[in-house]
Design a protein around this ligand. Structure first.
Ligand code: COI
Length: 356
């Protein structure tokens, strides 16, 4: 058997599926999962699709102690014609390998990983929901499994893919969310792990998020880790501002995660001949534009969040009410076009869709 043959053990006790129109984010998991092992002798080997089940790991496994782990997030969509399709999985697998490199995890075979994902989604295809705005979220991740308490890269790993039928990421759905600018904590610094999709970035964001949740803020907006001046990202999404008719988004700088949706938004805006400036932008500048009535829209982009308009931005005791708390024209057009392509209702001029 080749190292690329995926073995399959069917789940003989399939679960009841949740109602498609009552889904939130990331609570339900399908009947199967994909696993592949790594050791220095065999490299990545023994790819298999097995019933969804708990993992058995040594309590000394490096992942539990030093967080040597990476993950990705992409989605499978059900079209009106009942076909299932993925959106730019190659971009996610490229990024997974960039994260792997940063975290000293051995590279995975990107094409094989996409095939494995297609295979798994095909097996669990009945779990791809069909209510508007729902999809099957795909969570590939790699964990370090060697039992060892010394701080060094693990010798062994598992690459795992799980699937979760999801609705909107935010409670607000596609309505504008409230975001608070974080002034105390920072998410990442240049040279750190901000560009990698690794668990620690998310664990370290929880405290700030918890502090603002009570006041009704969905997430925090992170500023740069050195001067706390420049806008970076929200953690679950990259951010965009429409200022005087042009779009501004923070330039990738080594501490911002390079979103696949961010890249798709930029390509779409360029395709529509709308100017996109990827540059540094401070909160002072943004507030100045707001006061002059020049801040027309703010929105975030992400796989889970899709396009999420920002209706209120709180910063240093000031509240910026953007576009009267309503979804802006560009955010709406981007949402409609992106989801139109993802659900097969619009032409795909960029060849972003991969059929399952
Ligand atoms: C995604 O959009 O897929 C993300 O990774 C955000 C997430 C942490 C829910």
């Amino acid at each position: 058997m080749s190292e690329y043959t995926i073995t399959y053990i069917k789940n003989e006790q399939p679960k009841e599926k949740p109602q498609s129109d009552q889904l939130s984010f990331g609570k339900y998991f399908t009947d199967h999962m994909f696993i592949q092992d790594y050791n220095p002798e065999k490299g990545w080997h023994n790819p298999r699709i097995v019933p969804y089940q708990p993992l058995v790991l040594d309590p000394a496994a490096i992942v539990f102690h030093y967080g040597q782990t990476v993950f990705e997030g992409l989605k499978a969509y059900r079209t009106k014609r009942d076909k299932i399709q993925l959106f730019r999985p190659d971009k996610n697998m490229e990024r997974l390998n960039r994260s792997n490199d940063r975290m000293c995890i051995p590279e995975i075979d990107e094409e094989f990983a996409i095939d494995a994902i297609k295979h798994l989604v095909h097996i669990d295809q009945e779990w791809v929901p069909n209510a508007p705005g729902t999809s099957l979220y795909i969570r590939p991740f790699v964990i370090s499994t060697e039992p060892y308490l010394g701080v060094s890269p693990s010798a062994t790993y598992q690459f795992i893919v799980i699937l979760s039928p999801v609705g909107a990421y935010y409670e607000e759905g596609i309505n504008p969310v409230k975001i608070a600018v974080e002034n105390q904590f920072v998410r990442a610094v240049k040279g750190g792990t901000g560009e990698a999709k690794t668990a620690g970035n998310y664990a370290s964001s929880l405290k700030a998020q918890e502090q603002v949740a009570d006041e009704g803020y969905a997430q925090v907006l992170w500023l740069d880790g050195v001067e706390k001046k420049y806008i970076e990202e929200v953690g679950s999404m990259n951010v965009f501002f429409k200022i005087n008719g042009e779009i501004v988004t923070p330039a990738l700088n080594g501490s911002i995660l390079e979103g696949v949706t961010r890249n798709s938004v930029i390509e779409l805006l360029k395709h529509w001949d709308i100017t996109v400036n990827e540059r540094k932008i401070t909160m002072d500048e943004l507030y100045d534009h707001y006061q002059k009535g020049e801040l027309e829209e703010a929105f975030g982009s992400g796989t889970a969040a899709v396009i999420s308009p920002v209706g209120e931005l709180a910063w240093e005791g000031k509240k910026m009410h953007i576009n009267n708390g309503e979804t802006g024209e560009i955010a709406k057009k981007l949402y409609d076009t992106l989801t139109g392509i993802q659900y097969g209702e619009e032409k795909d001029p960029f060849n972003w869709i991969v059929k399952v």
